[in-house]
Design a protein around this ligand. Structure first.
Ligand SMILES: Cc1cc2nc3c(=O)[nH]c(=O)nc-3n(C[C@H](O)[C@H](O)[C@H](O)COP(=O)(O)O)c2cc1C
Length: 325
């Protein structure tokens, strides 16, 4: 399949793996890229730019296909040394960066001078237009159903994607709720040039996370995610567990007076406990509603091949048949 995104990124299939904290290590990124999609290493999971450089080198040993790095611009007290992270990306020969969180404008010149394709992930049409205006090459449009931070507008992809198509000139990728060939064809029909998947890629053989996490995703239904931190305007969609129950109880009790310190035990330092130790009750970790569509743990290649053959079947048999009457 050829789209503006496959052409831009030099990949075979229009399928991207979104950056995921403590999930997007070299093993997963390489497996997705070897399957013909674009794998992405999560930059800030590597504690220093030097460690990111090593992770990029490790990924390069596992694949000769293009892969990218995610850089998330968070509202933190101690700002990570982003220019040094970007330098590691450039020196590692990486040609695509997924930015997310805050506006990446301050770092665009450094990335564009090195010829990097910048895909900014955002949750609204207005932020997508801003990304286009500051020179991003593409955007990933993350609908309300997505795992992680869906923003505060609560617009699901059936509205958000065609709205993005109405306004944007640069190509965009549909993100949030994508799982299979049906998602891909639906996203293309709504104007996207490809799909970005997070949660679905966690439940794969190569995802370097504890088996408990993969099994929890397979066991979960579309009803099992919760939205946390709404009052802090830092909404996150997470899989429900007893830690999240406690967190939501505190949120209810505190109401408008809620501060991040009130819930820090359920949100800080949780990722290694879940992803490495497999402690499924530890607290909040991002997970999409798409868990309801995830029923197995295939290899990345099996998954990508299945998506592409299902998409082909839908386009050339089901839809073509309907269109012929
Ligand atoms: C466990 C997990 C961790 C994530 N961490 C990040 C992150 O560090 N930076 C980021 O930009 N997006 C992060 N995301 C969001 C994904 O890149 C992607 O946008 C999202 O998962 C898409 O929705 P889906 O899960 O429905 O596919 C994370 C998602 C998950 C599930």
């Amino acid at each position: 399949m050829k789209t503006r995104i496959t052409e831009m990124l030099g990949i075979e299939h229009p399928i991207v793996q979104g950056g995921m904290h403590f999930v997007g290590f070299a093993e997963l990124a390489a497996a997705v890229s070897n399957a013909g999609g674009l794998g992405i290493i999560t930059g800030l999971t590597q504690k220093t730019p030097e460690l990111l450089a090593k992770e990029i080198a490790r990924c390069r040993e596992m694949t000769d296909k293009p892969f990218g790095v995610n850089l998330t611009f968070l509202p933190t007290f101690a700002t990570p040394p982003y220019p040094e992270y970007i330098q590691a990306i450039i020196e590692g020969g990486v040609r695509a960066v997924e930015t997310a969180g805050r506006n990446p404008e301050a770092y665009m010149a450094q990335m564009k001078a090195a010829g990097i394709k910048v895909i900014h992930k955002c949750t609204s049409v207005r932020h997508s237009l801003k990304a286009e205006a500051i020179g991003c090459d593409a955007v990933s449009v993350d609908g309300f159903e997505c795992g992680g931070h869906p923003g505060e507008d609560d617009v699901p992809n059936f509205i958000l994607l065609p709205r993005a198509a109405e306004e944007l000139k640069i190509p965009f990728i549909a993100s949030g709720g994508m799982a299979d060939g049906r998602s891909l064809v639906g996203a293309l029909a709504l104007g996207a040039e490809g799909i970005n998947m997070g949660t679905r890629f966690m439940a794969t053989k190569e995802a370097p996370i504890h088996e408990n996490v993969k099994k929890a995703i397979v066991a979960a239904s579309e009803l099992d995610t919760r939205l946390i931190m709404r009052k802090l305007r830092n909404t996150e969609r997470v899989l429900n567990n007893s830690g999240v129950d406690r967190l939501l109880q505190i949120e209810r009790e505190k109401g408008d007076a809620l501060k991040i310190d009130d819930i820090v035990d359920q949100v800080a330092g949780i990722y290694p406990k879940v992803m490495i130790d497999g402690d499924m009750e530890a607290g909040a970790w991002s997970c999409g509603m798409v868990a309801g569509l995830i029923h197995d743990i295939p290899s990345c290649k099996e998954l990508v091949d299945r998506i592409m053959s299902q998409a082909d079947e839908i386009i050339n048999k089901r839809l073509a048949g309907m269109s012929r009457g």
